[in-house]
Design a protein around this ligand. Structure first.
Ligand SMILES: Nc1ncnc2c1ncn2[C@@H]1O[C@H](COP(=O)(O)OP(=O)(O)OP(=O)(O)O)[C@@H](O)[C@H]1O
Ligand SMILES: [Mg+2]
Length: 465
């Protein structure tokens, strides 16, 4: 079975459901009202015709047999025949051939009741109602139309058989046109007008629900990059206001929590610097050279860790204003540092225009990944791709890469692979964490993958739009 594709957005689904439902309800209620009014008007018409026929029969009752024939002949409508014969209609068709016949239904019922009340003395009246398609002409009244034309009208042909007071059989034929309540075009107009009003109102209502929701979704997306984003507007229905309020207080708590941790960490790291310096001075005084050397090595490792931790924390809390930065010059200067230290670093491609960056932070990020490439992969190859949408900088090396299961873990602060520790490359495990922080500060992404041809590739993607 083929399934109808539903709109993807909540707004589309609500609109479809509400408008579809309202239109269906409107069509159904118009149809019910239409048929109901038509039936009651037809009942009134039937009653009026029955009264008229009854009055005619009473009039014929009171006339002499000789006077009746000319009176009946002079009447153009309704058609009256006296005598026991099957009576031809005004157009010569035998009465029995008219349409589908019924002795029940609202018209027959209304006429029977009217006869019972009106005919004095009471007598049997046999009423037959046939559906027919009629056309009115002044000469012959309603006659069956030959084909469906614009002037043709559906209606009911009713024959009433009874007897006059003196026993003469009489047949009266009347026609009741089907009530036309309103034209199709006015019905359509009414429909479109109502639909237009409904659609506008429904769209407003749906919007008032979905707008705060999509604002909430946007804010949740923003939260990952910017904990200090302005709070959400708390508006709309009470449930939505509550959701926005809960979100705002969550963001507030998160940001305070993070700030207090950053502050505590930075205080500790900062305060460690002084005792380390003092210990280094004291270590210099140690007489035993091997002991002194190993203590001093430990000291400088400690110092390095404290420095990196401070840098990491500063990165989390960076307030450097973004400014248009010549990315090519920035990459060149990073590479130059490593070339001077004896590493092989190649650059391919270039940025086509300056990038609005927190320059110092971005330089730090790049040198961290170039540092890794040189330290763990021997040499680095940098590829720059620039477009209107994003600036992508890839740094590839030719080492052993990182096991697939560890690709995400190495971004955690202080996380180092066993192999690097044993090789004594002297890192603190903060380089990639800092690099990813900087990428996120620029609303970009930083990821690593094992290059299909070997070595690790770090990919920094920064949005331009
Ligand atoms: N290019 C690479 N090739 C192989 N392993 C890598 C590479 N880059 C990073 N790693 C692994 O990921 C770990 C974390 O890297 P990260 O840069 O965060 O810290 P680090 O290099 O150990 O220390 P730091 O950069 O702070 O001096 C490294 O210890 C290393 O095991
Ligand atoms: Mg590193």
């Amino acid at each position: 079975m083929m399934r109808m594709p539903l709109p993807r957005s909540l707004k589309g689904r609500l609109l479809l459901l509400l408008i579809g439902g309202l239109v269906a309800a409107q069509v159904a209620s118009s149809l019910i009202a239409y048929y109901d009014r038509r039936a009651s008007i037809e009942r009134v018409l039937a009653r009026r015709n029955a009264v008229r026929v009854a009055d005619l029969i009473r009039m014929l009752d009171g006339m002499g047999a000789a006077g009746r024939e000319p009176a009946v002949a002079a009447l153009r409508y309704p058609v009256i025949r006296l005598g026991p014969l099957a009576v031809p209609r005004a157009d010569g068709m035998p009465e029995e051939t008219i349409g589908r016949e019924t002795v029940e239904g609202p018209i027959a019922e209304a006429m029977t009741t009217a006869f019972r009340e009106r005919l004095r003395p009471p007598r049997a009246a046999h009423i037959r109602v046939g559906q027919t398609k009629l056309r009115y002409s002044p000469e012959s009244g309603f006659v069956p139309a030959p084909g469906i034309g614009s002037t043709a009208q559906f209606g009911w042909g009713v024959s009433v058989r009874s007897v006059l007071a003196d026993g003469t059989p009489v047949v009266v034929y009347v026609e009741i046109p089907q009530a036309i309540l309103f034209s199709v075009s006015s019905l359509l107009w009414q429909f479109f007008l109502l639909s237009a009003v409904t659609i506008v109102l429904v769209a407003l209502a749906v919007n008032s629900v979905t707008r705060p929701l999509s604002e909430l979704a946007d804010a949740a997306e923003r939260l990952g990059n910017d904990l200090d984003a302005p709070p959400l507007r708390e508006h709309g229905a009470s449930e939505l206001r509550r959701a926005a309020h809960a979100f705002n207080s969550m963001q507030d708590r998160l940001s305070r929590y993070l700030k207090s941790r950053v502050n505590a960490l930075s205080a500790i790291s900062h305060d460690l610097k002084t005792p380390i310096t003092r210990m280094r001075l004291r270590a210099e005084l140690i007489e035993d050279p091997p002991l002194r050397e190993s203590l001093l090595r430990d000291m400088s490792e400690l110092e390095k860790m404290v420095r990196s931790a401070l840098e990491f924390i500063r990165g989390l809390d960076s307030t450097e204003p973004p400014q248009p930065t010549d990315i090519n010059a920035l990459i060149d200067s990073v590479c130059e540092d490593y070339r001077e230290a004896g590493h092989e670093v190649a650059i391919e491609g270039a940025a086509t225009q300056p990038y609005p960056a927190q320059t110092q932070a971005l330089k730090h990020c790049l040198s961290n990944i170039v540092d890794n490439a040189c330290k763990y992969g021997g040499k680095a190859r940098i590829v720059v791709k620039d477009s209107d949408r994003e600036l992508v900088i890839k740094v590839r090396d030719f080492g052993h890469g990182v096991p697939e299961a560890e690709l995400e873990k190495v971004f955690q602060p202080f996380y180092r692979l066993e192999t690097s520790r044993s090789r004594d490359t002297g890192g603190t495990g903060l380089g990639l964490a800092i690099a990813r922080n900087v990428a996120q500060l620029h609303h970009g992404q930083m990821r690593i993958r094992n290059h299909p041809e070997g070595g690790l590739e770090a990919i920094l993607a920064l949005p331009r739009a």
